[in-house]
Design a protein around this ligand. Structure first.
Ligand code: AMP
Length: 167
């Protein structure tokens, strides 16, 4: 079902990329509920204290999942968005670099489940794992709605990875 609610948009945001558009899934009440319930079953909620979502589509799945399993939520954001003291981490993109930030007191000693919408090359999640560890958190697993398996992003991640739909 989730499969039929993910729309392929060719050449977005640039030529050669097939963008996996999750807006039809978010719009569908049953599809949205099924994806959050599916994520909740992937990792035992007893094994983590907080959920960390990565801006911006990681916020959608991450906060919904946090409410569903009764946990708090911490955001990883693009630079300059978080108001208090931050740690930041830069990582390589195909062209150039990107940076993400987290509040210094976000994760202190807690076990964290990492959430994003999609795993592609793994660069974003690998940097997010580093960032959470730098502020004293213990990432125990990652969970995604979609994985582009042919890019082998999971090889960059040193915690278990779980995905609802792998391409
Ligand atoms: P990566 O760091 O290469 O694993 O890319 C992951 C991030 O980029 C995620 O936050 C995704 O939202 C986004 N992303 C990368 N490739 C795609 C794609 N083909 N369709 C939709 N989002 C993508």
């Amino acid at each position: 079902m989730i499969d039929s609610l993910i729309r392929d948009v060719p050449d977005f945001p640039k030529p050669g990329i097939i963008f996996k558009d999750i807006t039809p899934l978010l719009k569908d009440a049953a599809g949205l509920r099924q994806s959050i319930e599916g994520m909740a079953q992937m990792v035992d909620p007893e094994s983590y204290d907080l959920i960390c979502g990565i801006e911006s589509r990681g916020f959608i799945f991450g906060t919904a999942l946090a409410v569903h399993v009764g946990k708090g939520f911490i955001p990883i954001r693009k630079p300059g968005k978080l108001p208090w003291k931050t740690a930041s981490e830069s990582y390589e993109l195909e062209y150039g670099t990107d940076t993400i930030e987290i509040h210094l007191d976000a994760a202190d000693g807690k076990r964290i489940l990492m959430v994003d919408d999609l795993l592609a090359t793994g660069g974003t999640m690998a940097a997010s794992l580093k960032l959470v560890r730098r502020v004293g958190g213990d990432p125990i697993a990652c969970c995604f709605a979609i994985e582009l398996g042919f890019l082998e992003g999971n090889k960059k991640l040193d915690v278990p990875c779980h995905t609802l739909k792998k391409y």
